[in-house]
Ligand binder design. Structure first.
Ligand SMILES: [Zn+2]
Length: 317
């Protein structure tokens, strides 16, 4: 943990909740400048373990999915302020999973059957994680779900992200980054969960390397920032772990960005299957944990181009 923390707190995973609700009592109060180490349960809410099989992802109790640890009350936070959350440190568990969950994911219509892959990875995240027949996935832990309580009363599903954050799945909310969240209620009521050991931009199959971890965060307040939605500042390059050997790139071309994204990913899956002999399920999950969707152009009407970047280091490194 960073040495510039005046006070350090620990919040255990027993203080977790599913969904967002501004009536939840804070598990902890902190002052601006203070740091908290959060213990985080994986996105299955503990419903999967190293012994689980593909069938188990069809038996999820959806009410228990994607728990977040919190909430934390930040002294002095008021609606209109921004809560600045600096990502200080991750302590990954070394076990994770990636699944194709029927009905979920960018190509849900083309992948109706469940699939589950278990990962055992280097807890220091210095070595890539092995997948299938020789693929090596570089790791970069981050928090998938991170946010503050919404202003609207009642319990809100954890699935969609909101302007107060939540299930953002932005890969670059990683060590060294600072995330700025619009505070909507007094005390902010911050929670965090859904830690991922790696994910590409898009999280296309619906899951990343889902993995329990500890994460240390530092909180600051920016009074009256009046942010419309979350904003992020990174410490440096964001794809250094993927860039070394270049990319294979497929494209989706047409007037609909959603369909363009689906086409770009589908064509990469086809290419991976034909070139490396992997199954479509394997290729889809691999794309989800390391490949990046990009908007290459949105101006040459009526056709936009969505690209899918697959890092060659994964298969050739
Ligand atoms: Zn997740």
């Amino acid at each position: 943990m960073s040495s510039n923390c005046k006070h350090q707190h620990t919040l255990h995973a027993v203080h977790s909740h599913c969904g967002w609700d501004n009536s939840l009592a804070p598990a902890l109060s902190v002052a601006p400048g203070e740091c908290v180490e959060f213990e985080i349960i994986d996105a299955s809410g503990g419903q999967l373990s190293a012994e689980s099989v593909a069938e188990d992802v069809t038996k999820f109790d959806f009410a228990k999915l994607n728990p977040v640890t919190g909430p934390i009350h930040v002294d002095g936070a008021e609606p209109g302020d921004a809560l600045a959350v600096k990502l200080l440190h991750f302590q990954p568990s070394g076990w994770g999973w990636t699944a194709i969950i029927p009905g979920f994911g960018l190509l849900a219509d083309q992948f109706p059957e469940p699939s589950l892959h278990h990962w055992k990875y280097d807890t220091g995240c210095a070595e890539p994680a092995l997948f299938g027949n020789g693929a090596k996935v570089p790791l970069k832990p981050f928090t998938g779900t991170i946010g503050v309580a919404p202003a609207e009363p009642g319990l809100h599903s954890v699935v969609p992200p909101r302007t107060v954050g939540g299930n953002m799945d932005v890969r670059d909310v990683a060590v060294g980054s600072t995330l700025y969240l619009p505070v909507a209620v007094p005390g902010a009521l911050f929670s965090v969960g859904d830690t991922h050991a790696a994910q590409g931009d898009g999280e296309v199959c619906g899951t990343a390397i889902e993995s329990p971890m500890k994460v240390a965060l530092q909180f600051e307040l920016i009074k009256g920032a009046d942010l419309p939605s979350p904003r992020l500042m990174t410490e440096g390059p964001v794809t250094r772990h993927l860039d070394a050997a270049g990319y294979q790139v497929t494209t989706g071309v047409g007037p609909d960005l959603w369909e363009g994204a689906r086409d770009a990913v589908r064509y990469m899956i086809d290419w991976l299957c034909a070139s490396y002999g992997m199954s479509a399920d394997e290729a889809y999950m691999l794309c989800s944990v390391c490949g990046d969707l990009r908007l290459s152009e949105v101006v040459d009407q009526p056709n936009w181009i969505v690209s899918f970047y697959f890092p060659r280091v994964v298969l050739e490194g």
